[in-house]
Design a protein around this ligand. Structure first.
Ligand SMILES: [Zn+2]
Length: 63
């Protein structure tokens, strides 16, 4: 069985958790607070998102 990593589409973190409300599936990211049905399982893409997210975050903190 293949273990698939899941990543937040907003910040690229894998610190996410699937919750199961009544109607639909929902993912919550503990790093950026993202909530939604969409996640990504592509590590390469997640790395890119992560990089851009941290860069934007740093810029915000500096400014
Ligand atoms: Zn996130």
């Amino acid at each position: 069985m293949k273990i698939e990593a899941k990543y937040c589409p907003n910040c690229g973190s894998n610190n996410i958790k699937w919750v199961n409300p009544v109607m639909w599936s929902l993912w919550i990211c503990y790093d950026c607070g993202y909530e939604g049905p969409i996640i990504i399982d592509d590590k390469k893409l997640a790395d890119e998102i992560r990089k851009n997210y941290l860069k934007a975050k740093n810029q915000k903190e500096e400014g």
